[in-house]
Write a protein that binds this ligand. Sequence first.
Ligand code: FES
Length: 102
Amino acid sequence: MFRSMRDAKAGARLSFTFDGRPLTGREGDTVTASLLANGVTACRETPVSGVPRAPYCLMGVCFDCLVVIDGIGNRQGCLVPLREGMRIETQHGRRQPEEVYG
Ligand code: FES
């Protein structure tokens, strides 16, 4: 189970959603840390088999933390600071070309 080592009082409370579910996190935490702190362990599915994947390295190496943030896919949640009002969604499969080129 994930548990933050930072003081629980540190950072302002921020509101965000994950797959439409309202959650709260702390200013200064990453998207991935905020999801884990809320008990969200799977944030993407593999493009080939659809198997759910969970964040692993928390430092930008494994790419198992990919999520859709405010409609933009393939975002590494472990490298993105949480912001007020973020709309975070599970990444299903691979990113589509129209997401990249509009
Ligand atoms: S958790 Fe490994 S790259 Fe984000």
